[in-house]
Design a protein around this ligand. Sequence first.
Ligand SMILES: NC(=O)c1ccc[n+]([C@@H]2O[C@H](COP(=O)([O-])OP(=O)(O)OC[C@H]3O[C@@H](n4cnc5c(N)ncnc54)[C@H](O)[C@@H]3O)[C@@H](O)[C@H]2O)c1
Ligand SMILES: N[C@H](CO)Cc1c[nH]c[nH+]1
Ligand SMILES: [Zn+2]
Length: 432
Amino acid sequence: MRITDGRKNNLTKVLNNIEAKRKMGTQGYRDAVEGIIAEVVNKGDEGLKTTTLRYDSIDLDVVGIRVSQSEIDEGWSRVDGDFKKALRKAIKNISSFHEKQREKSWFTSDVEGVILGQRVTPINRTGIYVPGGTAAYPSSVLMNGIPPLVARVKEVAMVTPPMANGEVNAGVLAAAKELGITEIYRIGGAQAIAALAYGTPTVKAVDKIVGPGNIYVATAKALVYGQVDIDMVAGPSEVLVIADKKANPVYVAADLLSQAEHDVLASAICITNDEELATRIEEEVMRQLEALERKEIARESIINNGEIILVETLEEAFWLSNGIAPEHLEICVEDPFQWLSYVKNAGAIFLGKYSPEALGDYIAGPNHVLPTNGTARFSSPLSVNDFVKKSSIIYYSKGALEEVKDEIMVMAQQEALTAHKNAIKVRFQENG
Ligand SMILES: NC(=O)c1ccc[n+]([C@@H]2O[C@H](COP(=O)([O-])OP(=O)(O)OC[C@H]3O[C@@H](n4cnc5c(N)ncnc54)[C@H](O)[C@@H]3O)[C@@H](O)[C@H]2O)c1
Ligand SMILES: N[C@H](CO)Cc1c[nH]c[nH+]1
Ligand SMILES: [Zn+2]
């Protein structure tokens, strides 16, 4: 793991290097993803079959594109009781957090004869992507699936890649069954995003696609935006830990690795003002790495995208973190609440040493589908708001319209839109 010295006015250079690396990291995928999308658009189900054979080594003619109800039921019956109990606890916490996000329709009547309002209605049909290439993510079924349920979305179609034996992971199916999701397709990567966006004979197109995934999934979502809506760019995971001398190097290292193990493209950064701590965290990362099940992925990720950055002050640490705009920010310093107002850009903020990022990944309640690659500068966590749209309501009585008729006609004339002007005029003519 690299230790970079950002002290003595080196900070801007450090930030520029991180930005340049991020840009390079996403280049080179666009052409490949465009090709995959075109294959599905042009060939429909056949395109899904050829791409799934190529990238997942699975013959969909043998296992089928849609997952049957009996497979879902069987998946549910194969997971153990402790896992079901954990799922239910997570569902409870995630549901109650997301219930608080529900926005109600509202009306107002501040002027006589005028009623204005905003009506909130759910999106009709949404597609949720549940990652499953190198690991299966039942937790992402909950994070993607609960907000549309809270928003009362009518149709939820879930896509997730097949495992090496052609089945869908039992934990993923169990989580879907717990939520009552029954429309599930055994497809992943860019091909699944293309199917949801454009539709195929088997997969009906959706209005919006949400969910996290690897670089192929994130690139495909960005490319189909406009054909459908998307939630955000939620690509390879990122964690940034700000640590002072009071931080525990064992905890910090564990948290850095908990993101590194997601993907060779995941990023794990620590910023600290304590040189001795930096060395101890580095040693801990290398020690803990050896015991991980996914140590090859974590090692590659740490070598490529792992960094400990030394700064003079915590103010500098927050300045740098705001420039990076990480998916997850952990504030592991004395009195973390004191520093909260310094955070301008971050997908989720974890405060104190007993709020590790893994807590938010599974059970705390807030969503773990979060903006990555610097997009936390303008994007928010997945929420109930992603699954609703708003319509404005306007009612004016004749008297109320008369009050504003002159202003409307003047403005319409200014724009040379005389039909607009006339639409007001006819209502106040003798026989109007
Ligand atoms: N940002 C978030 O909120 C969030 C949440 C959870 C997970 N994640 C991220 O989700 C990702 C999961 O990645 P994953 O790979 O395990 O699963 P995935 O489901 O995202 O991607 C797997 C699919 O990618 C396609 N693919 C693989 N190699 C390809 C290639 N060379 N060319 C074209 N397509 C290819 C295959 O079709 C495969 O099914 C990780 O990056 C993880 O960090 C992000
Ligand atoms: N950390 C991931 C978001 O970047 C979410 C996740 C799912 N399972 C474990 N972690
Ligand atoms: Zn995670």
